[in-house]
Design a protein around this ligand. Sequence first.
Ligand code: MRU
Length: 345
Amino acid sequence: MFRTIEWLDDTSQVRLVDQTKLPLALEHIITGSHERIAESIKIMEIRGAPAIGAAAGMGIALAAIESKAKTRADLIEYLENAAITLNTRPTAVNLTWATSRMLEVARTTSGNVADIIGKLIEEAKEIAEEDVRMCRSMGENALEFIKPGFTIQTICNAGSLATVHLGTVGAVVRVAHEKYDGNIKVYSAETRPRQQGARLTVFEFMEDDIDTTLITDGMIGTVFREGRVDCCVVGADRILRTGHVINKIGTYTMAIAAKYHKIPFYSVAPTSTIDMTTNPEDVVIEERDPNEIRMINGEYVTVPDAKVYNPAFDMTPPELIDAIITDRGIVKNPTEEKMLKLFSK
Ligand code: MRU
């Protein structure tokens, strides 16, 4: 698979895949504006926790170039405002993680404005490269659980398109596919209302010749009862020190059904998705436009003013999770103590 987002050295711009157009068209957005990046994140032209983290990192580098600041103080003030502009989605911690990391680089780099800008561009590119490396490590670590011939249930898109390259769940599937000579299958839940499973996961796995079956979200229990899947592997937008996993709406329901059917349930995420400070009750779950539910492809599928509740994410408690798979290692039957052991630094 191609890279979802890239820094273009020649023009100091960012190029990203427009995910709202997939799978019907593969189009790119090329921009030198941090405000355009913020807009892309908000309207989900780029989405998926690690991908929006990488986009926000590059957004800060673009802001530094755009700023025309003459002094360090002016530059840092401009970047602090850019960070606020870029933080357009509240749930995935990767966004604040990336903007905080970039601001820290700006504050701690010695030299003049040009030196800081140079360092910020390097750091944004490094965030993206790190993401690719972390994905591969997660895929390799997951082999402890994924055996030849397994069928994996997924939700949403945690593939290449949700990261810079490879994906989190995408890496688990791709590394196993590579290792087991293609002997791995996927069931992808459609994932209403934005259909990232149908539009993105099916598209990218089929591009890589991975045997993928699309189901609607309501079919998950039946697929489990019929013994069609061996395990569930889901991504995460935020994992707390308590072991709670915040991920795409429907993940929690899937985890409950998996527990009932004794199907192992794994969440896979990079270090940049781990949030060791926020308490479960303080996590902000993004609520999106009601029309995402009322409409499909621009057409109403219900009464136009139907009352709607549209949380984009849910929270799965640790007792429903068999393991959290990260680039740093695996936390089986997660508890706060075990999370602290792996992530205290
Ligand atoms: O609303 P989205 O499409 O940004 O939600 C994405 C997810 O929930 C993914 O599962 C999560 O970000 C993990 S991506 C590797």
